[in-house]
Design a protein. Structure first.
Length: 260
């Protein structure tokens, strides 16, 4: 019977995860660069602070009820409504995911990591789907093609959207599985963090979205607005986590090789 244990290289890689590079210039008068851990946490705090401002603007839009009078009139345009396609907070989310995908693409090329490239591709697919409303348009096509019927408070096109998401899920799952099989221990550990964040995003982007549709006509307007706000917050926060985590990976040079 054999037991899998970490190699010395694994232990050194994990221990060095948050250390600054040893080749940084040091000495009197040379400013010490911030530790990677500090940079990552600072980035996450800034991203979450921007999220909070957008969410407060969303609340101000709801409180103003679209009127342009008074201070809340600044937030009268529907673009401040997070549940609206093309809203400011949706664009902000696209920027974060695209930035995370770009960082992963660079890391994948630099370290020849198929798994990180697959995760970059997955995030890119999420951005493209949301930006061009693929699941809405293709969902309507699927609803007609397969003759879906309304059920459980969901419309035929809602079932079409669920099928579209399933197809997109398979599209990104195949390269992820291939990359996972080929990856080293360090990459696999990071991949599970991506999985956790992706599940969190799916719960709100898909689950809460479907719940909001099912509740329409059965609960008061304020409850629907609260659910919509929770959905918006539940989508934008995982996007920030994706970007912050990819920044963490970018600040760990050489870990991919030393941890193999």
């Amino acid at each position: 019977m054999s037991m899998r244990t970490r190699s010395d290289r694994d232990e050194r890689a994990v221990a060095a995860e948050w250390e600054t590079g040893a080749d940084e210039p040091t000495g009197p008068g040379v400013p010490r660069p911030p530790a990677p851990k500090t940079v990552v946490w600072a980035s996450l705090v800034i991203l979450l602070a921007v999220n909070a401002l957008f969410l407060l603007a969303n609340v101000a839009h709801a409180m103003g009820d679209g009127t342009e009078d008074g201070l809340l009139g600044i937030f009268a345009p529907v673009a401040w409504e997070g549940d609206h396609d093309g809203s400011h907070i949706e664009v902000w989310g696209h920027i974060q995911l695209f930035a995370a995908a770009a960082i992963l693409a660079v890391l994948a090329r630099s370290y020849r990591s198929f798994l990180l490239g697959a995760w970059g591709f997955a995030l890119f697919v999420v951005v493209v789907d949301d930006l061009f409303q693929i699941h809405e348009d293709v969902g309507e096509v699927f609803a007609e093609m397969f003759g879906f019927n309304a059920a459980f408070g969901l419309r035929p096109e809602d079932f079409g959207e669920l099928l579209t998401w399933a197809v997109l899920g398979v599209l990104v799952l195949v390269p992820l599985v291939i990359g996972y099989v080929k990856a080293g221990a360090w990459e696999r550990r990071q991949s599970w963090i991506f999985v956790a964040i992706l599940i969190l995003l799916a719960v709100f982007a898909i689950g809460l979205d479907m719940l909001a549709i099912m509740l329409q006509g059965h609960v008061p307007g304020p409850v629907l607005r609260a659910v919509a706000l929770a959905e918006t917050a539940g989508e934008i926060i995982p996007m920030s986590l994706f970007l912050a985590f990819t920044i963490k990976l970018a600040l760990a040079p050489g870990r991919l090789h030393t941890a193999r």
